[in-house]
Design a protein around this ligand. Sequence first.
Ligand SMILES: Nc1ncnc2c1ncn2[C@@H]1O[C@H](COP(=O)(O)OP(=O)(O)OP(=O)(O)O)[C@@H](O)[C@H]1O
Ligand SMILES: [Mg+2]
Length: 602
Amino acid sequence: MKDALRLLRLMAPHAGWMGLAVLVSALATLAHIALMATSGWFIAAMALAGAAGASVNYFTPSAAIRAYAVVRTVGRYGERIVGHEATLKFVAALRPWFFARLIPLAPAALEDQRSGDLLARLKGDIDRLEFAFLRILSPGLAAVLVLAVGLSVLALHDGGMAVGIGLAALLAGLGLPLLVHRLGARASREVTAGTAQLNALLVDHLEGRAELDIYDPDRRHRAALDETSDTLIAREHRLAGILGFAGAGVGLFAQSSLVLVLLIGAPRVLAGTLPGADLPMLALLALSLFEAVAPLPLAFQTLPATLASARRIFDLIDRPPPVEEPAAPKPVSEVGTLAFAHAGLTYPGASGPALTDIDLVLAPGRRIGVVGSSGSGKSSLVALALRFRAPAPGEVTFAGSSIADFNSDDLRRRMAVLAQHDHLFAATIRENLLVADPDASPEKLEAALERAGVLTFVVAQPEGLDTFLGANGAKVSGGQARRLGLARALLKEAPILILDEPTEGLDGETERDVLEGVLGATRDQALLFITHRRAGLEAMDEIIVMDGGRIVARGAPADMLAIVGPGMMGPGTIGSETISGGIPEDTARSAGSGQGLEQAPP
Ligand SMILES: Nc1ncnc2c1ncn2[C@@H]1O[C@H](COP(=O)(O)OP(=O)(O)OP(=O)(O)O)[C@@H](O)[C@H]1O
Ligand SMILES: [Mg+2]
């Protein structure tokens, strides 16, 4: 009920168009009823007059019949035009409304969403809300209007008849639909959930094609997909069956109404209290009145699926945003020091904090290297710096102000980032680069590619910068994708540059070349350089070592490189690239960790 009211509130701005659509629809149905009734009367009156040898004015009724026919045709056309206009206006506003509420949630609050399910909400669920007006509200309101007029006309001729037909219309227009609703509500809701599940499975299936080929030769995933699809088809089958039954029911009530009119009216005609030609008129009026009632079973059947879709949309946008935007954001200075003060972070639902008591000062032009084993919290620092998450306790400041006082977009203008899971768009290399600087000249693009060590590869491609990368860089190697992401980060002229494992996937020689290019070109930028490897660390002003979400050691590269062991660097380090030695236990303890730090093998 709450969801229904909320949905109605969303429709409120379009009440004008929607009201007009309902009126036009009611008018078209009334014209149809009038046409039927007048025709019945006209034919009977002509026959009776012929039999009695009396003359009759047939100009007026035949003109009326023509008028009703025109109104009905134009009305049906208008009903579609206005009805769709109202729906399109509603949906056109709904999608941006939903999107605007989704954006602040991304990425942090949408991490648990399967991409297929998210797509289903964006597309399927929003589309289903169209029905809220076209299939439910509009036919419902139009039926009320039509029944009110039709039954009043009946009542003018015969009160009992009006009551009888009213009762039949109530049973067909409310009783049957309620029965349909009761029989099919679960199936209807399951269609919404099943469609989303099928979507999610399908996207997973396509994205995980290679893994499934390797790990799932028995096609269990495919079987799950088929089962979901079969269940969905069975539900829809059931709904169609129920609807067919309801359609027959409405027909039965309509035909019975005709019989009822004859049963009540015939004795009155014989008694002379009802003109003979009025009887077929009333009978056809009663019969065609059910035209307004016929769409109601479908309306009631669609209702649970529509409300389930509304629920899924409201559920998503009602999530608390991971960070609140300030009502009156402060302007962000061009340059400034990024500082963490006693910053902590606990992910929702996590058993413990991912970061504890982080103090870090990244002054303009300064370079800080961050090392630590996998899961020690390095990338979580990036999430705090970019304000994808808010620190608790503690704070992160830029140029002396808490970053919570800034508009997040303004803050992020000051930062260029190569994320650990950097996303390459399914577009060309050029388009992927221009995301960072839409006005960059081809020369500037090439310079960035050169520094990232990937220009040779790009120019060797037949289409050069216009090479299409495929979905998430599928058409280039892991190392090439990494360097293209790096080139994009270098293109953005921001005072702060954050690189989260920029050389992941590169061989030692390429790594050295790339880091040389990057470090040489970014002398003016403050750099937060997260790495598992030794290369590049010697050029840092400070190195911090993380473990278990804490900074357990910090100092100049010369000191840190001497004490940090492979355990701190995590897996994936090789040969001479690995930092040798281990943190002596006393260093670790004095740095406040106390947790089991790995020692280098003797
Ligand atoms: N979005 C998230 N939701 C919940 N927990 C998370 C999330 N991201 C990271 N974590 C958890 O926080 C801890 C720190 O993760 P983080 O990604 O910061 O580590 P990392 O040092 O960058 O590791 P790696 O070297 O493997 O990239 C881990 O225990 C991880 O499981
Ligand atoms: Mg990481």
